[in-house]
Design a protein around this ligand. Sequence first.
Ligand SMILES: NC(=O)c1ccc[n+]([C@@H]2O[C@H](COP(=O)([O-])OP(=O)(O)OC[C@H]3O[C@@H](n4cnc5c(N)ncnc54)[C@H](O)[C@@H]3O)[C@@H](O)[C@H]2O)c1
Length: 271
Amino acid sequence: MAYNLLKGKRGIITGALDSNSIAWKVAEKAHEEGAAFVLTNAPVAMRMGEIKALAEKTKSEVVPADATNVDDLTNLYIKSQEILGGKIDFVLHSIGMSVNIRKGIPYTESNYDYFMKGIDVSAISLHKMLSVARKLDAINEYGSVVALTYMAAQRTYPFYTDMADIKAMLESIARSFGYHYGKEKKVRINTVSQSPTKTTAGTGIKGFDDFYNFADAVAPLGNADAESCADYCITLFSDLTRMVTMQNLFHDGGYSSTGVSSEAMAKFGGE
Ligand SMILES: NC(=O)c1ccc[n+]([C@@H]2O[C@H](COP(=O)([O-])OP(=O)(O)OC[C@H]3O[C@@H](n4cnc5c(N)ncnc54)[C@H](O)[C@@H]3O)[C@@H](O)[C@H]2O)c1
C-alpha cells in the first residue's frame, strides 16, 4: 500500500546489486511512493542486466560511480540533478565491503591494506558523498541521507571482523557530518542499524546462517527483512521525520534491546 510519501522528491540510491539487495527494495518502495531517482553502483560491481531491469521497473536512470572516487561522485550529483530536474531530497548509502571478510581472514590477523580498503569503501565513502553534495550544494533543505549499518558497531560479533570497526566509523561520520550539514543547510543524516539480512554482502559473512537464526530467535518480532527495512528508509526520506537527524536507529525487531529470549534459553536447557 502506497501513501505518496515521496511525491515530488528526487533521490540517489546506491547499492542495488541484485533483487536481494536492501537498496533494491528501497528503490521499488521509493518508486511506489512517488519519488524520482537515479540508481548508482560501482562500475566494476554493477551487474548491468539486473540494474537495468530495476531501472526500467522504477522508471529511473543509472549513473555508475565508484563511491571511493570523488570525481565519480561529483559527476553523479551533477548528472542526477540534470536528469531529475533539480536538487536532491534523499540519498541512500547502501555500500559495504570487507576484503578481510571476503578472504576469511580472522580479525586478529587483519590485513591492513584490506582493512584500509574496507574503511574507504564502506565508511569514508559516506563522508565523500556528503562532502561532494555540500560543495555542489546539491541537497535541498530537510533533505535526508540514510546509511545502512549493523549493531557490531556497538557490541562484539566475532565473525563481523574489521567491518565492526568500519561500521562504528560510518555511524560517527553520520553524526559528525550531520552536525555541520544540519547547521548550514538543514540536511539530515541518520544510520539505520538493520537485522541480519540474506543478501550478497550479508551471506558472505562466515557463519551467517547460524547467526541469522540466533538473531531471529532472540528478537521478539523476529529478524526485520529487507522489505521492512526499505519501508523504514522511506519514512526517513519523508517529511514526516524532518526533525530526526544524527541518530543511529535500530531496525531489528527488538533484538538490540533483548538480553535473551525464552527460545534462546531453551537451547541451553532452560525454559
Ligand atoms: N545483509 C545484512 O545482513 C546487513 C545487515 C546490516 C547492514 N547491512 C548493510 O546494508 C548495506 C547494503 O548491503 P546489502 O546487505 O544490501 O548487500 P549487497 O551486497 O546487495 O549491497 C552492497 C552494495 O555495495 C556496493 N559497493 C561495493 N563497493 C562499492 C563501491 N566502491 N562503490 C559503490 N558501491 C559499492 C555493491 O556493489 C553492492 O551493491 C551495507 O552497508 C551493509 O553493510 C547489511
